[in-house]
Design a protein around this ligand. Structure first.
Ligand SMILES: [Zn+2]
Ligand SMILES: [Zn+2]
Length: 303
């Protein structure tokens, strides 16, 4: 079985076109938005014909629904101490899970947000409360609600294993199975996890999150980092062109915990605007896929 490697591909023309571009890049995983990510979209549903078109495109591309991650909107701040803002974020998160469940994605990931008043523990309580609201809003379905680790800029929470684990630990046991987390390599590095140090150090980072959350991650975002170690800067770069370098991504692809989860690139794509009906793969995505499939082959080769 090839690993589930893909990208958040360009979605001009809609998410069915994003799936076609992924297929044309040889991807076996995909990330999409289920609505425009700069809005709350708390009233936006997903029409059955759009679901059907997406599923048809996935099937044609050879991408399993279990290899699809939906990325929630960026504006949601479920950690906020402002009651009105929290209410809106929690409602929007529930709607994200509803749309992602309709798309039969493996999971929907979200940024936990910021503790703008500086009280991080209370912020973790509020993130968990928003997750409970979402999971209760969608009582059935297999799509998981996934916390993404943050780069740690400002007062954003979820920047350490303890915080990500802390959010999940606050969920009632009955809902915990439908929740999880994913790790963005740029965010890890920017928040001080030195993935570059050695293969053992890289493995130890996954160990730390596994110990804190009681489970291994449900996806990885594979991004190199423009910012230095501990810089808290969230700026993605092509693998091998940032501070992390290419080799740690080979180590990650080799880790048994990444064998059956979506490994999603969120690296820069070519600036050339793509027409709605143009399903060609992005050249940068193709380069990144070749690099990652090379790591996969090296791992499979007998040594
Ligand atoms: Zn993200
Ligand atoms: Zn990022």
């Amino acid at each position: 079985m090839p690993r589930l490697i893909g990208a958040h591909t360009i979605d001009s023309g809609g998410i069915a076109m994003a799936a076609r571009r992924a297929g044309n890049a040889g991807m076996t995983a995909l990330q999409v938005f289920s609505a425009v990510p700069k809005y709350y979209n708390e009233k936006v549903g997903v029409k059955p014909e759009r679901v059907r078109a997406f599923h048809d495109a996935l099937a044609e591309a050879g991408i399993a629904r279990e290899a699809v991650i939906v990325h929630a909107g960026y504006v949601l701040n479920s950690a906020t101490p402002e009651a009105e803002k929290w209410e809106r974020a929690a409602t929007a998160l529930a709607k994200e899970l509803e749309r992602s469940t309709a798309l039969e994605a493996r999971g929907v990931c979200f940024h936990p947000g910021a503790a703008t008043d500086g009280d991080r523990e209370a912020a973790l309580d509020r993130v968990a409360a928003a997750m409970v609201r979402a999971l209760e809003h969608v009582p059935h379905g297999r799509t998981k609600l996934l916390v993404e680790n943050s780069a740690g800029a400002g007062t954003t929470v979820g920047k350490t294993a303890a915080e990500v684990g802390g959010i999940l630990a606050r969920l009632p046991a009955s809902l915990r199975a439908r929740a999880g987390y994913g790790l963005d390599t740029c965010h890890l590095y920017a928040s001080g996890y030195d993935l570059r140090a050695s293969e053992a150090a890289c493995r130890a980072v996954l160990d730390e999150f596994e110990a804190a959350a009681g489970a291994s991650p449900d996806f990885l975002h594979l991004n190199d980092s423009q910012g230095a170690l501990g810089s808290n800067k969230d700026r993605h770069m092509l693998l091998g062109e940032g501070e992390i370098g290419a080799e740690p991504f080979a180590w990650l692809v080799r880790d048994p915990r990444t064998r059956a989860i979506p490994l999603i690139l969120e690296t820069p794509q070519s600036d050339v605007p793509q027409a709605d009906d143009d399903a060609r793969a992005d050249p940068c995505d193709l380069r990144m896929m070749a690099l990652l499939r090379g790591f996969e082959r090296d791992d499979a080769a007998p040594s």
